[in-house]
Design a protein around this ligand. Structure first.
Ligand code: ADP
Ligand code: ADP
Length: 236
């Protein structure tokens, strides 16, 4: 697993932001994510959480500052290499609708030119890991799955090359509350097994408490208010 460091990172979009008094989406953020830990970013909608996450895998380039992966500036990393090293899971998963579950999970291995035997074995292993037995699920299409099952496929796909880092943006947001609780428990189990470094964005405090080793609380402009161990919610 790898450590991530944000070193005085800022992102200003040309159009500014929704909040008039906050010209930058991310403003002078310094933050460390330790190897193997689950760091959860919380904060109000529009405060810059997704922008922060997407600067790690270079979907967004910072305006200033640096993002370091194991000490190396990601701006200098090869984009294909970054894809292999960083898994990415988003709310509506973005599965390819005309590809089967197995084909979706095999996306990055194929991109990297793995041979059939290796890919097949890895796909089967991942589907078992996320609780979708391959004999029942490999040949289904995304529309033949429940929301929670689709989310599991998204996680399996993100884990295909055993990436040291996993970025998750509201990963369980589209799942009903009961299914979400189940997925969160599964996530904790999988995370213990694979030991990936995880950065996860949510607006659900309850989810943050359940999943996080540490919680980073952000305000507008992705200003870091505090990093704390998750607090127990005693009343809601
Ligand atoms: P969060 O994930 O906390 O909801 P975002 O990172 O999505 O916040 O957005 C932070 C701010 O940047 C918001 O004001 C949003 O409108 C703005 N923003 C996000 N993406 C873009 C974009 N591609 N172009 C312009 N402004 C954007
Ligand atoms: P293709 O797209 O080449 O016709 P398939 O649809 O059969 O191939 O499978 C896509 C990928 O998923 C391949 O890498 C294959 O090895 C893998 N795969 C297909 N079915 C299974 C299965 N039941 N268990 C594990 N992996 C599978």
């Amino acid at each position: 697993a790898a450590a991530i460091r944000f070193d005085r990172v800022a992102k200003r979009y040309p159009a500014g932001t929704r909040t008039a008094d906050a010209p930058a989406a991310v403003d002078d953020l310094s933050l460390e994510v330790h190897a193997h830990e689950v760091l959860v970013l919380v904060g109000p909608s529009g405060c810059g959480k997704s922008t922060t996450l997407r600067m790690v895998n270079r979907l967004i380039e910072p305006t200033s500052g640096r993002v370091l992966l194991d000490g190396e500036d990601v701006a200098r990393a090869d984009p294909v290499e970054l894809r292999r090293r960083i898994g990415y899971v988003i709310q509506n998963v973005g599965l390819f609708p005309h590809r089967t579950v197995a084909q979706n999970v095999a996306t990055v291995p194929r991109l990297l030119g793995w041979d059939r035997t290796r890919t097949r074995a890895r796909v089967a292993e991942l589907l078992d890991l996320v609780g979708l037995p391959p004999d029942r699920y490999a040949r289904r299409y995304p529309h033949e799955l429940s929301g929670g099952e689709r989310q599991r496929v998204g996680v399996a796909r993100a884990l295909a090359t055993d990436p040291p880092v996993l970025l998750m943006d509201e990963p369980f947001g589209a799942v009903d509350p009961v299914g979400r609780r189940h997925l969160q428990d599964e996530f904790v189990r999988i995370q213990r097994e694979v030991g990936t470094t995880v950065m996860l964005v949510t607006h659900d405090i309850d989810e943050a408490v359940r999943l996080a080793d540490r919680v980073a609380v952000l305000s507008t402009g992705a200003h870091l208010e505090q990093v704390a161990p998750p607090l127990e919610i005693v009343a809601r």
